[in-house]
Write a protein that binds this ligand. Structure first.
Ligand code: ADP
Ligand code: MG
Ligand code: MG
Ligand code: MG
Length: 392
């Protein structure tokens, strides 16, 4: 596309762009609303009032606005996002929005309007259970990981692909906010005074520091596959029938277990916000996601593995086992950082009764710590449920 100079779009400029790109029939009556949360990116929803048909234009801003301060953040993440959406669409078109157009210099991605679905975090908070969510996410993760790994694609081409997804600035956000700051007395942390003693225990726990350092090292160094990098329930649109994964601006070549870990953690954070008798569907989703992931990944391994060692006894089991252990550790880090770090989740912060909220957050901190410290001794995914129940 022709070189354009970056400038943040307004609602009317977004309409003009859609018209120029001929995304709607000539003369269609268009309305536009900016619907993003406004922290990192603008999201414009443009609708043809005659047909009701819409599109989304997502545009990166050159900074991240966080609690009053702002820091510069690369616009390149928009190209990472549109390229990741296209790459994932080649393996799992049913689980990602279609990309209609992208422009690296404007830092925009024009994509399918998913307004008929709901952000899974919001739905889960309202008590929805999304019966197919774990089936779909298990399949999405298995296919995207397998096909972008050294087992599922030409190993020379994989190195080229990995090069196009080098994403240091967004990775640093995760390195700091997920793996570092919450485990030290850092100014980005944010938690209620009532939690201070519990938090100090995490800051002074050498055994925990050792295990988090090992997990952080994996995130820094292991380039298994093209991962989404931000697979929380706010990055998933869902209904009872459909599931779509959006927002892969953190995508890079990272460890197999990371996306699963973040997804598990956000299911568990929702369970932490619910009364005991309503937690079961969340545990069932964690278990089913792992089962589907392991089955689909194993089938792909049997049928499409390009690595000469593919048929070596126990290699698949070894890969699945380390993915499982890492996912549980990553989940523990995510549960902790969403409780005391910079970016919280509405599941916990939305608990109105203060005592109840503090109790749930203490439970979260104990669960996170157990997931990290005991990840190597879990025999199967069902044991997450026992960890959860043992750490009230
Ligand atoms: P950010 O990277 O700023 O978090 P997201 O991609 O998560 O941006 O989008 C922010 C919000 O914009 C979503 O929570 C959703 O409400 C809306 N949105 C994003 N993409 C779409 C889409 N394809 N269709 C409909 N709404 C969308
Ligand atoms: Mg957002
Ligand atoms: Mg988002
Ligand atoms: Mg994002």
């Amino acid at each position: 596309s022709k070189q354009s100079v970056y400038e943040p779009l307004t609602e009317s400029a977004a309409i003009a762009l859609a018209v120029r790109l001929r995304l709607f029939p000539e003369g269609a009556p268009l309305v536009c609303r900016e619907i993003g949360d406004g922290n990192l990116n603008l999201v414009f929803h443009i609708v043809n009032q005659q047909t009701g048909k819409g599109i989304i234009i997502k545009q990166a801003l050159p900074y991240a606005k966080v609690v009053g301060e702002s820091w510069p953040l690369t616009l390149k993440r928009a190209a990472i996002e549109s390229n990741a959406l296209r790459t994932f669409a080649s393996y799992v078109p049913e689980y990602v929005p279609k990309v209609y157009y992208s422009d690296e210099s404007l830092a925009i991605t024009v994509m399918e309007d998913l307004s008929h679905l709901q952000i899974a975090r919001k739905g889960l908070i309202e008590g929805k259970t999304y019966p197919l969510l774990s089936q779909h996410i298990g399949e999405y993760v298995a296919k995207t990981l397998f096909y972008t790994s050294d087992f599922g694609m030409n190993q020379q081409e994989k190195k080229q692909l990995a090069q196009s997804f080098v994403n240091p600035e967004l990775c640093k956000i995760t390195e700091d906010l997920v793996f570092t700051d919450p485990f030290f007395d850092h100014e980005t942390n944010n938690f209620e005074d009532e939690l201070r003693e519990d938090v100090k225990e995490l800051w002074n726990n050498d055994e925990l520091h050792l295990e988090v350092a090992k997990l952080k090292r994996k995130f820094l160094t292991e380039g298994d596959a093209l991962i989404h990098g931000d697979l929380h329930t706010g990055s998933i649109f869902a209904s009872d029938e459909e599931t779509k994964v959006i927002d892969p601006e953190f995508a890079f070549y990272g460890p197999f277990g990371f996306d699963l870990g973040q997804f598990f953690a956000n299911l568990l954070l929702n369970a932490l916000s619910r009364p005991e008798q309503e937690q079961e569907p969340l545990f069932a989703h964690v278990e089913k996601t792992w089962e589907v992931f392991a089955n689909v990944f194993s089938d792909l391994w049997e049928q499409h593995n390009v690595e000469p060692y593919a048929k070596t006894p126990r290699l698949l089991q070894d890969v699945l086992h380390s993915t499982f252990v890492d996912a549980i550790g990553f989940a523990g880090c995510e549960v902790i950082r969403r409780t005391i770090g910079l970016a919280h989740v509405a599941d916990l912060d939305g608990i109105e009764d203060k005592e109840e909220r503090i109790r749930a957050k203490r439970h979260a901190l104990r669960l996170g710590r157990s997931l990290i410290l005991q990840r190597n001794s879990l025999n199967d995914i069902q044991e997450i449920r026992s960890l959860f129940l043992q750490a009230p």
